[in-house]
Design a protein around this ligand. Structure first.
Ligand code: SF4
Length: 89
């Protein structure tokens, strides 16, 4: 596993550092929206998103994305990788 996948030093700089973890694991759409609002201005939003994607975290709001959005991103990246691989072969 790559080092950046394991690195969690960025977490201390997140807007959620002093919030309850439960806030970022909402049970409904309203909760997701509230969590996303906190993520919106987070200085480590991209690191958070990439961490969740790299570790295939499928629960909660990470980097301002819902579980469904992360699944879409992973699917799109996989399709892009396959297309790029076909283009060079
Ligand atoms: S992007 Fe959201 S979940 Fe990630 S560290 Fe920032 S506030 Fe926390």
């Amino acid at each position: 596993m790559k080092a950046e996948v394991l690195d969690t030093n960025w977490m201390a700089a997140g807007n959620c550092a002093n919030k309850s973890p439960d806030f970022f694991f909402p049970s409904d759409g309203v909760g997701v929206e509230l969590a996303r609002q906190v993520c919106e201005t987070c200085p480590v939003k991209m690191q958070c998103l990439e961490y969740a994607l790299a570790n295939r975290i499928d629960h909660g709001v990470w980097g301002g994305t819902s579980e469904r959005e992360r699944r879409r991103i992973l699917k799109r990246r996989g399709a892009e990788r396959r297309a790029a691989a076909q283009a060079v072969s």
